[in-house]
Design a protein around this ligand. Structure first.
Ligand SMILES: Nc1nc2c(ncn2[C@@H]2O[C@H](COP(=O)(O)OP(=O)(O)OP(=O)(O)O)[C@@H](O)[C@H]2O)c(=O)[nH]1
Ligand SMILES: [Mg+2]
Length: 277
């Protein structure tokens, strides 16, 4: 394929060559939003793996001030479709990172996924195809959670079932995997919802999909893509006792009572977590 000389001369880096060779005529329609905290050992591998499989996707890392060289490593790739935004340390939060990334996206769709390869890259194609076919929201659904270990997988199922009951009672939409960290949205439909409800979201929480279902004010066309969930190979898990507390806190009034009870159990100060209540 002949490359326009002005583009061919811009960079000799591997990623840029891939970009030029395979994407020069295409426009990105999807941004992969990846929240990161201390993922130095994964970011470059992730950026390059996505670029290789999906030359036209934009990649947006939303980093919570890791200060571990992640930003420098991503900048050094010199990939025009990949960037890392380092967030305000005072506003740290996994959900805040994902939601801000969704607002930053200037493509038709935005998808979130983790940076530790637990979500297989092969699933991204199916999700994108389903969005192209007209879905507002496509949720990646894990075939099995066994890889998390029996206790955690069981806990995840029980908490999810519990959350679903609350959503049904409050007449809010549910999805097959409410806890999934792999899903895509239509930006034109969801960005206004995020802007309007920013202060109501559980911004430090982890269950972003659940909050989007909670606050969305239109009938969502939902589709699903099944995938095999992997285990984290490199880097450290960030899971901590505050995660289930924040998940319960998303469940309206009764959920907040449960969150307070969990705080007592774990010896965590609820008032410090939610000073405005
Ligand atoms: N921006 C941001 N990203 C975070 C934060 N905490 C975790 N992450 C990222 O969110 C993603 C999911 O975190 P993980 O630690 O993998 O959580 P998990 O998948 O539930 O746990 P494991 O199964 O043990 O890996 C990863 O890409 C993390 O780097 C945070 O406070 N801010
Ligand atoms: Mg993980």
């Amino acid at each position: 394929m002949d490359m326009p000389s002005n583009i061919a001369n811009t960079s000799k880096s591997y990623v840029n060559e891939l970009y030029v060779m395979r994407n020069v005529e295409g426009m990105s329609s999807l941004t992969v939003v990846i929240p990161t905290f201390k993922e130095r050992d994964n970011v470059v591998e992730m950026a390059m793996a996505i670029r290789k499989e999906y030359p036209e996707f934009k990649v947006l890392f939303m980093d919570d001030n890791s200060n571990d060289g992640s930003k420098e490593a991503i900048d050094a790739l010199n990939d025009p479709l990949t960037q890392m935004i380092v967030r305000d340390p005072a506003k740290r939060g996994l959900a805040a990172s994902v939601l801000q990334g969704f607002l930053e996206a200037d493509t038709d769709y935005a998808m979130c996924m983790d940076c530790d390869f637990q979500h297989p890259l092969s699933a991204l194609k199916g999700i994108k195809d389903r969005m192209d076919a007209g879905a507002d929201l496509c949720v990646g659904v894990r075939y099995s959670r066994k890889i998390m270990g029996f206790k955690r997988a069981f806990g995840s199922r029980v908490v999810e079932a519990f959350c679903k009951i609350f959503f049904v009672l409050h007449r809010r939409p549910i999805t097959k995997d409410m806890m999934s960290g792999l899903f895509a949205i239509r930006c034109d439909k969801f960005q206004p919802v995020i802007e309007k409800n920013w202060n109501s979201f559980e911004l430090e929480g982890w269950k972003v999909l659940m909050d989007l279902c909670k606050y969305t004010d239109f009938k969502i066309k939902i589709d699903y893509e099944m995938y095999h969930f992997n285990s984290r190979e490199v880097g450290e898990s960030h899971l901590n006792p505050k995660v289930p507390i924040m998940t319960f806190h998303q469940l309206w009034g009764f959920g907040k009572i449960l969150a307070k009870m969990l705080c007592k159990m774990y010896g965590i100060n609820y008032r410090e977590m939610y000073p405005n209540e």
